[in-house]
Design a protein. Structure first.
Length: 498
């Protein structure tokens, strides 16, 4: 088979082999600016939009991808080189692959190269929505106070250099200012990150920054910008070199950075778009009045489940999520956590069969073709645990429910933060708080409660005697009996109680 580089010129070469965009990309205008063109965006929103653009009457909703950080240069270069085209590879549960070339990203910009171009694009009259996947840690709030973190050096930089910002807050502020000054329409800012109330948080953080950076536009922003909440879901591991070479071998497509993902996808969106929106509901997105219960269900079951499989699995010496969930003691742990500790905190899930949802999660985690990396899941746990796990603990404490498995997980995380698995092998910890986590983890060896002193993660949990004693017991058990045996033991205490 002859190989061709993926780009506009060669795209028709692949039409017999994979599904390709069957719309005229040159006629598609940019209506959405997306910040953070990682694997997830390309497996999720960009696919929904690509499906929508196949209706040839839809030409207003092309995406301009923005790479915000120096770190994003590689994806920018790849997309530029490939005219925004890339291959999405669905890995089905039976191992078969479904491939599709996506065409909805019609422009791409690299902010560090030319911040003004990004600001102007965000303020362009055709742009009606700015969507974000900037990770859980990207919203710059202090977990213990819930307030915007003005001490962040990049925020200080943006306040001093408004025309050459580095953070999303600096960019949005300048773009909104330009929109107001040039009498342009308002715009929707839509977070697509895994945060409870992601729209509310985005609104609060953006307004907090503007209040200091550009108070003269605050009222305009309040009246002309909407911030819908949304729940996003699709497991998207990091692309491996094998995925790239296999794509080329099987199809002749030379794609420098295809995206791989699971077959499942879900997008539940609050219908709150001040300047209009695409009809994503035509391609299976759900628009609802209140996203909160869906978000809560997904974050506290799927994402928390991931953190459990990641942290316990890492300590046991596994490298992928499917390996971790195929260990019976870990999957029992997960089931008990979901049933005993999360389910009592969920309500208002009209139309969702929670039992089936939990069952399907275990199946999705077990997809052995996905090979979702434990390193990816455990990365930035300091931003994830406060969103995925702590709210469940707080709610259970309030209603005197069980917190045994959650407290055990925190104890296991304290062990993980020491940097070694049960065989003494070094763990690859990727976390902005890696050093402080490690410092507290070392102190915790003598006095387990020390780990809870990290207030930006645990807020005031260290003052709850029930939590502290449950956590301390779990920590001592792991120290005394090792991770495997203490997981089995904690599962059996619950089964006995039941
Ligand atoms: C994962 C998510 O980052 C994580 O810890 O739980 O990336 C997860 O795969 C997605 O939210 C799935 O929708």
């Amino acid at each position: 088979m002859k190989n061709f580089k993926l780009n506009n010129q060669n795209i028709s070469q692949f039409s017999e082999i994979v599904s390709i965009p069957k719309y005229d990309r040159s006629k598609v205008k940019t209506g959405i600016v997306h910040v953070g063109v990682g694997g997830f965006h390309r497996a999720h929103q960009a696919l929904y939009t690509d499906q929508l653009l196949h209706d040839n009457s839809v030409t207003d909703w092309g995406i301009c991808g923005v790479a915000l950080l120096d770190f994003d240069q590689k994806i920018y270069n790849t997309l530029k080189d490939q005219d925004g085209l890339y291959t999405l590879i669905l890995k089905e549960l039976d191992g078969s692959l479904t491939r599709r070339v996506i065409g909805s990203i019609v422009e791409y910009l690299y902010a560090p190269e030319n911040p003004m171009v990004v600001i102007e694009k965000m303020a362009h009259p055709d742009v009606k929505i700015i969507t974000l996947t900037i990770t859980e840690g990207g919203y710059n709030y202090n977990e213990s106070t819930g307030e915007f973190e003005f001490k962040n050096p990049n925020i200080i930089h943006d306040l001093d250099n408004p025309k050459a910002p580095k953070t999303i807050f600096g960019f949005l502020t300048q773009a909104l200012k330009l929109r107001k000054e040039t009498d342009r329409s308002g715009v929707t800012i839509q977070s697509c990150d895994n945060i409870q109330g992601n729209g509310h948080i985005t609104k609060k953080m953006v307004l907090s920054y503007i209040e200091v950076a550009a108070p003269e536009i605050l009222t305009w922003v309040k009246n002309n910008v909407s911030f819908p909440n949304s729940m996003v879901d699709r497991i998207t591991p990091v692309t491996s070199p094998l995925d790239i070479s296999k794509l080329k071998e099987d199809t002749g497509i030379e794609d420098e950075w295809p995206v791989v993902c699971e077959p499942f996808k879900q997008w539940v969106i609050e219908d709150n778009f001040i300047a209009g929106r695409p009809q994503w509901e035509n391609v299976e997105a759900q628009f609802v009045k209140n996203v909160e219960p869906y978000e809560k269900m997904k974050l506290s079951l799927l994402n928390a489940g991931h953190s459990i499989l990641g942290i316990l699995g890492a300590l046991m010496g596994y490298t992928t999520i499917d390996e971790s969930v195929s260990n019976a003691s870990i999957s029992n742990f997960l089931r008990i956590y979901m049933g005993n500790e999360v389910t009592p905190t969920l309500d208002n899930l009209n139309g969702i069969n929670l039992k089936n949802y939990k069952h399907s999660l275990v199946q999705r985690f077990g997809n052995e073709y996905i090979k979702d990396q434990i390193d990816r899941i455990c990365s930035q746990s300091s931003a994830k645990i406060p969103i995925f796990i702590i709210p469940t603990i707080k709610s259970q404490l309030k209603y005197k429910g069980s917190i045994k498995h959650a407290a055990f997980l925190i104890a296991a995380w304290a062990k993980y933060s020491l940097g070694k698995n049960q065989y003494g092998k070094e763990l690859n910890i990727i976390d902005v708080m890696k050093e402080s986590l490690n410092e507290k983890a070392i102190l915790a060896k003598e006095k387990p409660e020390e780990f809870l002193e990290l207030e930006t993660i645990f807020s005031n949990l260290k003052n709850d005697p029930i939590f502290v004693s449950t956590y301390t017991n779990a920590y001592k058990n792991i120290s005394a009996y090792g991770i495997q045996k203490s997981i089995i033991d904690i599962n059996s205490t619950i089964l006995n109680e039941i």
